[in-house]
Structure formats: structure tokens, C-alpha cells
Design a protein around this ligand. Structure first.
Ligand code: SF4
Length: 369
């Protein structure tokens, strides 16, 4: 086991971190500066050059800006919003580990990201005033916990963004985890291939491959425009190295809450050889109500997607149940029970179902003889 020094490679000096810089670049209005300073004092701000270049400063509704440029709306917390909306703390047996399901753990190594998303469900745990990473003692304690729990088959590096580590540190950590016999899968959740694709070079890709475990990468992206040529090349490098990729998307008001935007995003993932995995309903993170939509609208969008794209392009629409009760698929359901159509007293009576097709037309199953 190596002693790990969590050296973090911060993004280039060109990353915009201050509201004054956002105003100077024309990405925020000078009139909003006082409010944005208040937001930035509470929640981290970072916009990499790759993301800044994607923003159309002339479009007040730009879906990229909505994800990364702070807003005064973040200062308003709604009832039900919580600093720990998906209940990580309730399932954390040791520092750095969340053990919610028997066969897998989250391993939160670092508390920094290349960019800071305005809707982040861990916004109270990442960013200014927080430790940048686990201490070495906590890291060793987390490894000991995984070692002692033989039912743990999958370790999910998340966070913060594990691709903020230098390739050398990441390779050491991957080796430490893969060295544990019962761990077979290491999954990394990252936004780096879209936010700072230059990080995903040959050294980083080599660090992701490890003897003794299979690596999967889950890419977080919410709009097709995020998959630029540079982002696509970074992902292709990972996949060409034999590392499979899946996607994670957060359903966000004004970003991707329409069928055309979701369709374009899911098609883009598949074209990039990234299997759509999750569409997350927005969590009750503080100051994020302006970016959430309703479950009914999410279901409507999933129905629309079913009619527009193949199964390959379908993510699972999921809700993290507040309080730490895990993820639940939230539909829509295409199946409902019909009343039995058999005559009363017929012992062979079958329960019939109503099944909706992709156009919304309803059919009986089994069909009537
Ligand atoms: S990359 Fe993930 S952890 Fe980091 S700010 Fe965005 S949502 Fe939060």
C-alpha cells in the first residue's frame, strides 16, 4: 500500500473564479456583482476556459451559462432543501466512505472540481473553506474499511472530481483499491473530459487502467454542446484504451428540460460511444429551486424520448430519495393493471394489464382471445 499525498492539479490560471472576472469577460452583468459576490462567498465558482468558450454571452437563456454562472437565486433557500440532500452523512461509516448499498461504496477522495455546477448536490461539501482532499490517515482508514467488508464489489470514486488528482497520484490510488481482492470494479464520476479535456492525456488514461479491477468512467454532461471536439477526443482516448463509459445527466430547468435538448444530448452520447445511464431528477440542494423541474415534467420528457430515440439512447430517470434512502427509478410506467375481463367465477381468470405504446395508445395484455 502506498502512502498517498493528495496533490491536486488545479486548473489553469485562466479558470475564472471571481465574479469580477465573470463581469470583465462579459459573462455576468456588472449590476449583479454585489449579489454574485455573496453567492461566491458561500458556494465555489469556477469556469474553465473550455466552458467559458462555450457560453453565448449574448443569450440571456444560454444553457451552458445557466449551469456555471452564479445567480442571485442561489441566495434563496426553499423549504425542504438541505445541505446533505441525498443523505451521504447518514451512511458514512468512516471519513470518505458512503456505504448505502451492500455491494458498493462511494469513495470521496477530493473535494474540488474543475468547474462548479450551480445545482451541485454536494455544494456544501466542495469548494471554498473546505479541505481539498482526504487526509492520509482518513485515506488509509477508508481503504481499511473497504478491505474489511468483503461484500464490496464496486468502488465509486466521486466527490469532488477524482480526475483533479495528478495521474501519478490517481495511479497509486487505483492500485491500492484494485489490490483488494473482492473489489472488481472501480468507477470514476467525472466532469473533467468536458470541463478541462486537456487533463485527459495519455498519462491520465494510463492511470485509469489498473491490474486486478475493471475501470468504468461515468461522464457528467447536461447539454449536447458540452461534447465539443476536444471533449469528444478526450472520451475517445479513454474508450480506445478499453475503458467503457456511461453518462450521467441532471434534469435542469432552462438547460435540458425539453425533448429536443434531451434527444440531442442522448444521441451525442451514443455517437461518442457513451451509453446513457442516468437522468437524475434535481436534488433539494440549497438555492437550486430555479434549476429544478417537476417529476411530472420529467416523466413527460421520458415519454417523449421513448418516442424519439432507440433504447440505446434511453437513460433511466431516477430520484435520489431525500434522507439517504437511495435511488428510485421514477418512471414513467407503461403498465397498469386492468380489471379482469373474464366472467365472474371463471377460475382460469387472468389478470390483464394495460400497456401504453410510445404514441400513448393503450393495449391489453394478454390480448383478448
Ligand atoms: S462536477 Fe459534480 S461534484 Fe463538482 S460541482 Fe459539479 S455536480 Fe458538484
Amino acid at each position: 500500500m502506498s502512502k498517498v499525498d493528495f496533490k491536486i492539479n488545479l486548473t489553469s490560471a485562466a479558470t475564472l473564479r471571481q465574479p469580477t472576472e465573470l463581469v470583465a469577460q462579459g459573462l455576468a452583468a456588472a449590476a449583479d456583482l454585489a449579489d454574485l459576490e455573496k453567492v461566491a462567498a458561500r458556494y465555489a465558482v469556477a469556469v474553465t476556459p473550455d466552458i467559458a468558450a462555450l457560453i453565448d454571452a449574448n443569450d440571456p437563456e444560454d444553457p451552458i451559462a445557466r449551469q456555471f454562472i452564479p445567480s442571485a437565486a442561489e441566495l434563496v433557500a426553499q423549504p425542504g432543501e438541505s445541505a446533505d440532500p441525498i443523505g451521504d452523512h447518514a451512511h458514512s461509516p468512516v471519513a470518505g466512505i458512503v456505504h448505502r448499498y451492500p455491494d458498493r461504496v462511494l469513495f470521496k477522495l477530493v473535494h474540488v472540481c474543475a468547474v462548479y455546477c450551480r445545482f451541485c448536490f454536494r455544494r456544501e461539501m466542495v469548494g471554498p473553506g473546505k479541505a481539498t482532499a482526504l487526509s492520509d490517515a482518513a485515506y488509509q482508514g477508508a481503504l481499511d474499511y473497504i478491505r474489511a467488508n468483503s461484500e464490496i464489489w464496486e468502488v465509486i470514486l466521486t466527490g469532488g472530481d477524482p480526475l483533479m488528482l495528478s495521474p501519478r497520484r490517481l495511479a497509486e490510488i487505483m492500485a491500492d483499491i484494485a489490490d483488494i481482492d473482492h473489489v472488481r470494479i472501480i468507477r470514476l464520476h467525472t466532469r473533467v473530459p468536458v470541463a478541462d479535456p486537456a487533463r485527459v492525456g495519455p498519462e491520465m488514461i494510463a492511470a485509469l487502467k489498473v491490474k486486478g479491477a475493471t475501470t468504468w468512467i461515468a461522464l457528467h454532461a447536461n447539454h449536447a454542446r458540452e461534447l465539443t471536439d476536444r471533449a469528444r477526443a478526450a472520451c475517445a482516448g479513454v474508450i480506445d484504451a478499453g475503458i467503457p463509459m456511461v453518462s450521467q445527466t441532471v434534469l435542469l430547468r432552462g438547460v435540458n428540460d425539453n425533448a429536443a435538448a434531451l434527444e440531442a444530448l442522448m444521441r451525442t452520447f451514443v455517437e461518442c460511444r457513451i451509453k446513457p445511464y442516468y437522468l437524475h431528477h434535481g436534488d433539494f440542494a440549497p438555492g437550486t429551486a430555479h434549476l429544478r423541474t417537476t417529476l411530472e415534467h420529467g416523466q413527460e420528457l421520458m415519454r417523449a424520448l421513448r418516442g424519439r430515440v432507440s433504447g440505446l439512447c434511453q437513460p433511466a430517470y431516477v430520484l435520489d430519495i431525500p434522507g439517504g434512502h437511495g435511488k428510485a427509478p421514477v418512471g414513467p410506467s407503461y403498465l397498469s393493471q386492468a380489471h379482469s375481463l373474464a366472467p365472474e367465477g371463471d377460475r382460469q381468470a387472468e389478470t390483464r394489464y394495460r400497456v401504453a405504446d410510445y404514441c400513448g395508445d393503450v393495449h391489453l395484455y394478454p390480448p383478448k382471445p
